[in-house]
Design a protein around this ligand. Structure first.
Ligand SMILES: [Zn+2]
Length: 274
């Protein structure tokens, strides 16, 4: 309920505080067109600066701009704590991920891999194209109250309807991951910078765990404008990265996880027994 409690905070305090928070906030206008086409950053255009700490932090996102109102007033927000899930028979997700050249952007909020066209997921006959994947440290979703050190979001768009479907993959410390290393080795070290390596190929498939069983619920983007109507599929099994790999990207991005939001009357379904 923290969003509602802080909604009366005066928005007039924000411009001066934006200067103080300059380390954390980045002008969206500086992001390249390529980045702006990615789902989770595109709509922040023209909205206003936001951050993960302080006065521009998650509790106040809803007051930064009218276009961010859903961040404060929305009733179906993400992330959530995935507990008390109802087990259901659900269709398996079919992953059709191909290799993509390294095209990385550090946009000040996250490190993002822009994905070349041609990769998708299919769920129950609906195909969603993979646009980009990006990282959060620590995880945004929790399972039974437990957070993980990292979460990867694979953002997809349904061609005809424009609906978004996001696959959330939790990351646990363990084995070294080769695909992650390929990304890490080419990470832009400064905010608002990009790396293009047309000859270095990675496959998002290599960042997925073996089991594709999932939790499903209806939620939102976890960054402003917090638009709702997003289908979330959070995989039940975590993928493993080495502790050093997790630490490296965590240090580069800093803390970039929105706190869990109220479930309200939403159901969380757990796909099992397939
Ligand atoms: Zn995300």
């Amino acid at each position: 309920m923290s969003n509602r409690l802080t909604r009366n905070l005066s928005i007039r305090a924000l411009p001066s505080l934006a200067l103080a928070g300059a380390v954390f906030v980045v002008s969206v206008a500086m992001i390249t067109d390529k980045t702006a086409s990615a789902a989770e950053t595109m709509e922040t255009k023209g909205g206003g600066k936001w951050a993960y700490h302080g006065e521009l932090g998650p509790d106040n996102w809803g007051q930064i701009s009218p276009s961010y109102a859903a961040c404060g007033a929305g009733q179906s927000q993400s992330p959530v704590d995935l507990q008390n899930a109802d087990t259901a028979r659900m269709q398996a997700i079919s992953f059709e991920y191909r290799v993509t050249p390294i095209d990385l952007v550090h946009n000040g909020h996250t490190v993002q891999v822009n994905y070349q066209a041609g990769s998708s997921i299919t769920i129950g006959g609906d195909r969603f194209d993979l646009l980009q994947l990006h990282f959060h440290t620590p995880s945004e979703h929790k399972i039974d109250g437990q957070a993980y050190p990292m979460e990867i979001h694979f953002v997809h768009k349904h061609q005809a309807s424009g609906r978004l479907a996001v696959i959330g993959v939790l990351v646990a410390p363990g084995n070294h991951n080769l695909a992650a290393q390929e990304i890490w080795d080419h990470l832009p070290t400064q905010a608002n910078s990009a790396t293009d390596k047309p000859r270095v190929l990675i496959n998002g498939r290599d960042l997925l765990p073996d089991s594709r069983d999932y939790f499903r619920y209806m939620g939102s983007l976890t960054t402003p404008p917090c638009s709702e109507g997003v289908s979330w599929y959070v995989l039940q099994q975590a993928v493993q990265f080495s502790a050093a790999q997790i630490e490296r990207i965590g240090k580069l991005m800093g803390y970039n996880a929105r706190p869990v939001q109220q479930r309200n009357h939403r159901m969380v379904l757990k796909a099992g027994g397939m």
